[in-house]
Design a protein around this ligand. Structure first.
Ligand code: LLP
Length: 419
């Protein structure tokens, strides 16, 4: 459920007309709803209320805006970060270091050291090599790094290939069959306290069965380790729960996921950790765009909008579907291609899509743009970096400025010898 609704014939975010924000901030612009973010954060937490010890770490990569992080911190969420940059954001937003989990297959020595110095709560190691490096860095600093071992359970998440992470040929984690031996060896290292296992099989998961299978495998591994004398007190089950991208689409929700996790983990006697991203932010944001013009086409007209693949990359990267709705619908439909202004054909949001009739100058939204939207934006074609706005009831604020091309190219230099 979200708070982007039609009121008196036009789309609102909570009590603010999207058109008002578009008028003042310009387009394209991402708009987030505070009430929706809070609702999703609470629904996810409540879905897990049957578990004894839970740690929630919001996957910062899905939406790293400081206002979003700060809101989720107030909802009691820690942070799952994958770079020093994300760690700095989480700390800046006031997330306590101990509530931060550092994931990622390519943490550099410098990042490991910075995270140790910051005192982050848990490193999710993705290889034995990384564990050895971290132990050395910690020992040299007279510190103890707390860590979990990410395991690749070789389970197909049945989602888009580019966002699957749990198959043996994906780069993530250590092979299931090697995990117990690696865990035992890492546990023996000075400077490292191994406390748990981690798994994450993919994103936009719409079928809970693969996750169930993966979690059962993780439970078996935990038991094996405990039986051989290792301590395993934490089990990080990652994120990945999918969200509906089409109005009316039915997917397993947090309650179904929570019931499945509760069933699988009932005799685990461990703190269960989660790294949800999309399920909290996805439907909490929309991208507002203006129709530049409707251009005649051979098979269907092209609706050329002022948002492009640099602002919302998901359709170009994953053929992802984002509902497209007129801000002031006329009650009629048309079939069209929706495209942005960028000079390549991948800058296509939809083909032969039945949409609200729109004309030049109309405003429209791409729904479900709160996750992996602004965070994946870039400035290709020297376009501005898209701004972000947060709505709260009848008030709103710009939470990220539009970065104009001049600001961006101010960081570039032409050397003397070139002039
Ligand atoms: N934990 C780990 C270790 C992850 O790799 C991810 C996502 C998450 C948690 C959060 O997953 P979520 O709950 O948001 O599904 N850019 C792609 C999605 C990439 C997801 C990468 N990892 C997209 O736009 O669909």
């Amino acid at each position: 459920m979200d708070y982007f609704e039609l009121k008196n014939g036009e789309l609102y975010a909570e009590d603010v007309a999207l058109a008002e924000i578009a008028r003042e901030v310009g387009t394209p612009v991402y708009i987030y709803s505070r009430a929706t973010l809070e609702r999703h954060a609470r629904v996810f937490r409540e879905a897990l209320s049957g578990l004894k010890h839970v740690h929630l770490a919001f996957a910062v990569k899905s939406n790293p805006n400081l206002a979003v992080l700060s809101l989720l911190r107030q909802e009691g969420y820690g942070a799952d970060v994958v770079s020093e940059g994300e760690m700095k954001r989480a700390l800046t937003a006031g997330v306590p270091a101990k509530d931060i989990v550092f994931s990622g297959v390519g943490k550099s020595k410098r990042e490991l050291a910075a995270a140790l110095d910051a005192g982050i709560g848990q490193f999710n190691l993705e290889s034995e090599e990384e564990g050895i490096e971290l132990a050395e860095i910690a020992e040299a600093r007279g510190k103890q790094a707390i860590a979990a071992l990410r395991v690749n359970p070789d389970v197909d998440a049945r989602t888009h290939a580019k966002i699957s992470t749990g198959k043996a040929d994906n780069k993530f984690g250590v092979a299931y069959g090697d995990a117990a031996a690696i865990y035992t060896r890492l546990s023996a290292l000075e400077g490292l306290t191994m406390r748990g296992l981690a798994v994450h099989i993919g994103s936009q998961i719409s079928d809970l069965e693969p996750s169930r299978v993966a979690f059962i495998k993780m439970g078996a591994l935990m038991r094996e380790l405990r039986e051989s004398g290792s301590s395993v007190t934490h089990m990080d089950l990652g994120g990945g729960l999918g969200v509906p991208y089409k109005l009316g689409e039915q997917l397993p929700g947090p309650a179904d996921y929570g019931a499945m996790v509760e069933e699988v983990t009932k005799d685990w006697d461990a703190t269960i950790m989660f790294e949800p991203g999309r399920v909290i932010t996805g439907n909490s944001g929309v991208l507002v765009t203006e129709v530049i013009r409707v251009k005649a086409g051979v098979t269907a007209p092209f609706v050329v909008v002022d948002a492009a693949m640099n602002d919302l990359a998901r359709p170009a990267l994953y053929d992802a579907w984002h509902d497209f709705l007129a801000v002031r619908p006329r009650g009629e439909k048309m079939v069209a291609h929706i495209v942005g202004p960028i000079c390549e054909s991948s800058d296509t949001f939809a083909k032969n899509r039945e949409i609200d009739v729109v004309e030049a100058g109309d405003l429209a939204i791409f729904r479900t743009a709160g996750a992996y939207g602004a965070t994946m934006a870039n400035t290709y074609n020297s376009r501005a970096l898209v701004p972000e706005v947060m709505v709260d009831g009848d008030k709103w604020a710009v939470v990220a400025d539009r970065l104009e091309p001049e600001t961006i190219f101010a960081a570039e230099r032409v050397p003397e010898w070139l002039i």
